[in-house]
Design a protein around this ligand. Sequence first.
Ligand SMILES: *Cc1c(COP(=O)(O)O)cnc(C)c1O
Length: 364
Amino acid sequence: MSLSNDLHPDPSLHTRQHFASDNYAGMCANAARWFQIASTSGHEPAYGDDRWTQRVSDQLRELFQTDCDIYFVFNGTAANSLALASLCQSYHSVICTSVAHIETDECGGPEFFSNGSKLLVAEADSEAARRGKLTPDAVETLVTRRNDVHYPKPKVVSLTQSTELGTVYTVEEVRAIAAIAKRRHLKVHMDGARFANAVASLGCHPSDITWRAGVDVLCFGGTKNGLPVGEAVVFFDRTLSEDFAYRVKQAGQLASKMRFISAPWLGLLENDTWLHNAAHANAMAQRLHRQIVHLPGVRVLHPPESNAVFARLPPLAVTRLHAQGWRFYEFIAGGGCRFMCAWDTTPESVDAFATAIGVACADL
Ligand SMILES: *Cc1c(COP(=O)(O)O)cnc(C)c1O
C-alpha cells in the first residue's frame, strides 16, 4: 500500500473513497476471481476465439433471453462510437440530449468513426431535458424539422440509461421513444455505461428496457459496475452488426488476449453480481441524498434514481471540500456538483462525506 501512497503527493487520495466517478473504484472480487481463473488456465486461442468469450456471450444471450450478437471493447467511448458508426452513413445524424456522453465526453469519437455523422442535440429547456432525458416530442421535433438534402438525415436515437444526470428512463418512456423512432425509421442506440444501475433501480428484466422496448443496440457497461476494463456491445438487431468485427479491429479495440476482458464478465453475471453491485451503488446515493438534502446551503437538483446525487453548493463550500481532498466533479449538469457512488462505496464513506459537506456549508 505504501507503494501507491508514494505515487501521489496527496495521501488522502488513497486513504479514503471519493465521489468523482464510479470508475475510481477497483474491480470487484468476483471479477478478479474469474480474471485469475482465466490467467491460470493455460493457453487459449486469441482474439475472442477463447472459451471464456464464448461462454460469457452465451450467458449474455441467456440474460437477455434473445439471440443477440455480442462484441467486447476496452471502453465506453469505443463502444458508443463504433456502434453508432455501424448504424450510420456519413450523411446521417444521431439524436441525443445536450448532456449525452457521446455529445460532451467522447472527443468527437462518434463523428470520427462514422466519417462525419452529425449529432443532433434536442432542446434543453424542458423538464425532461433538465433531468437528462429525451422525450418522444423532442425526437419528433428534430425528425420533422426538415426533410431536404441540406439537413443531415436523422438515423438514430441515442438514449443513455441510466442518464448522465442520474435519472432513469422508465420502461414506458423507452417504449414511447422507440415507438416514435420506429415510425420515423430511426434505429435506437442505448448508452448503457450504467445500464446495471438502471435495471437495479427499475427492478425490471433487462430485456424490458432493451429489445422488448425497441432498442436495437446496447453498449453494456462493465467498467463502472466492477470490471477492471471492458464493455459489451450487444446487437439485438443482428443485421446491424455486419462487419462490426472489422470496425473493432480497425479502431484498435480488438483485444488479442480477449479472455481478460470477457472472463471477468463471468464474475459479474455469476449470482447476479452485476445487479447487486449496482443496487449497492444506488443505495449509497440514496443514503447520501437523505443526509444532505436538508442541509442549509445545499440544493439537490433532483432526487437520485441511480447512483449519483446532483446538488448545488455554495462555491466556498466546494473550495473547502476540495481543499480537504474530497474529489467530485462540478462541470456536469451545468454547474451542479455530481456525487457519484460506486459498487464499493461504503456507508462509512457516505457518512463521512455528508458530514464534511455539512461542516463546509455550515457558516455560509
Ligand atoms: C463513463 C461513461 C461512458 C464510457 O466512457 P469511457 O471513459 O470511454 O469508458 C459512456 N457513457 C456514459 C454516460 C458514461 O458515464
